[in-house]
Design a protein around this ligand. Structure first.
Ligand code: HEM
Length: 433
């Protein structure tokens, strides 16, 4: 096991699990919405439908999973002390669900009051989360590249939140903004500065630990977060209202930074000590290939401007990034983290007198493999639906089914935890009587 894990500080298991168990159902809602809207959703990146589907995934699925993982990760892997994690989770988790539901309904109805309500709720819930988690990350005596990347990620989340709130307020009629430029910058900070940065930090830690690979080279792990931050800062010059040609170079530099991380991860995975493959590894690798595909597509779109100006170009990148990279990597991580946390908490409960169950007994591997295949099928169908929109209903249904299966697999994992916990407690009371 990893030498720097400090289990004593782990929060109660309900803290991460309430987020993890919610995340997939936002994916189900996104898939069903795509199936319902059909071809109309994929007409352009600015349709109300695609903005709603995007936020069901980024501010629903991804945000839930990532906020839950960070609450677990900071104390255990970065030695940080999160203030009252149970209380924080109990407040932030339902507020984020409500805020995401309001924002999605606002996109679909274009109702100003809903945009304003969503922006207030997000500011409250995510603002509190960023404050508490940010304080823990600043005050921790821990060190290392994971902590380094997590700090950058929380800055990324704060910038995304501020710009998202400003955009929602503008759509709610509170003030006016140059919507396109602010959206470009908000989207880049959300996907690159928050989501990918968190993936950097978490993978520095869990890829060597769970996939038995060599560690990421220290210089690379150190360099990636500030490189991404530098690119995002240059990209943010658009906020001045001027979009110059050099921004295309900045766009490619951002995708190249992500590409370097993907190549390094694939290389380390090829060098892993045990050559067996499992669905988690395949999900992670699929995500890395999707990152490389984004780099290749972005380069093509810049080199052939007529292609890059097609309405389908940003949709193609969006499908590769959100379901292709982030949903894949999060699913893979959840399939490792849930059995591991089950085992960790059961081991503490069992003490020295009983043997906790094996991690493989938590979620059946066949169910994980089946879900993973369905997920990649759904991503392929969504990519096909970009040039052939008549496929979007089928793609939406496939994606909804795969997220529902993920949700069910996680429920199976939690039920296994409860079952084993019941057995341990029963055996303990048997010993005492
Ligand atoms: C937390 C992670 C978030 C991520 C990763 C994210 C990502 C994105 C992306 C990729 C787009 C562009 C969509 C497109 O081009 O089709 C976008 C647009 C937008 N986002 Fe977010 N977002 C996040 C959170 C938020 C929050 C919390 C709010 C509101 C409080 C928000 C409000 C908006 C609005 C209003 C737009 C569209 C603006 C327009 O129509 O011009 N986002 N976001």
């Amino acid at each position: 096991m990893h030498p720097n894990l400090s289990f004593e500080q782990a929060p109660p298991i309900s803290v991460p699990y309430r987020f993890f168990l919610t995340a997939p159902w936002f994916g189900v809602a996104a898939g069903l919405l795509l199936a319902w809207l059909g071809e109309d959703a994929f007409a352009s990146r600015w349709t109300p439908g695609i903005l709603a589907i995007t936020h069901l995934l980024v501010a629903g699925f991804m945000l839930q999973a990532m906020c839950g993982a960070l609450l677990q990760f900071i104390p255990v892997a970065a030695g940080g002390n999160v203030w009252k994690p149970r209380l924080l989770a109990a407040c932030v988790h339902p507020l984020l669900i409500l805020a995401a539901a309001l924002l999605v309904t606002a996109f679909l109805t274009t109702e100003s009051r809903l945009f304003l309500a969503a922006s207030h709720l997000f500011a409250l819930a995510l603002g509190a989360y960023v404050l508490v988690v940010g304080t823990a990350l600043v005050r921790t005596p821990g060190q290392g590249n994971t902590l380094w990347a997590l700090r950058f990620a929380v800055v990324g989340l704060a910038v995304t939140l501020i710009l998202g709130v400003l955009l929602a307020q503008a759509l709610g009629g509170l003030h006016s903004l140059s919507l396109i430029e602010v959206t470009q910058v908000h989207a880049a900070w959300g996907l690159g500065g928050w989501a990918l940065m968190l993936v950097f930090g978490v993978s520095y830690y869990v890829v060597p630990m769970f996939q038995l690979t060599p560690a990421y080279p220290a210089w690379l792990a150190k360099a990636l977060p500030p490189a991404m931050l530098g690119v995002l800062s240059l990209w943010s010059f658009q906020l001045s209202g001027r979009v110059d040609g050099w921004q295309r170079g900045v766009f490619i530099a951002g995708l190249a930074t992500a590409g370097v991380y993907a190549v390094a991860t694939l290389y380390l995975q090829a060098k892993r000590r045990r050559k067996v493959s499992d669905p988690t590894l395949v999900l992670f690798r699929g995500a890395m290939f999707a990152l490389l595909a984004i780099f290749a597509s972005g380069l093509l779109f810049v080199l052939i401007p007529s292609l890059g100006e097609e309405a389908m170009a940003p949709l193609w990148i969006g499908v590769l990034a959100i379901p292709g990279v982030f949903v894949s990597v999060i699913s893979g991580m959840l399939y490792k983290i849930v059995p591991f946390l089950n085992w960790l908490h059961l081991q503490q409960l069992a003490g020295l007198t009983q043997v906790p169950p094996n991690m493989r007994q938590m979620i059946p591997e066949r169910a994980i493999t089946g879900q993973m295949r369905l997920h990649f099928g759904a991503v392929a169908a969504m990519l096909l639906a970009v040039p052939v929109p008549s496929l979007s209903r089928a793609a939406g249904l496939l994606f909804a089914a795969s997220c529902a299966w993920l949700g069910w697999n996680l429920v199976t994992g939690v039920r296994a935890y409860l079952r084993f916990k019941g057995r341990i407690l029963a055996a303990d009371s048997g010993h005492e009587s």
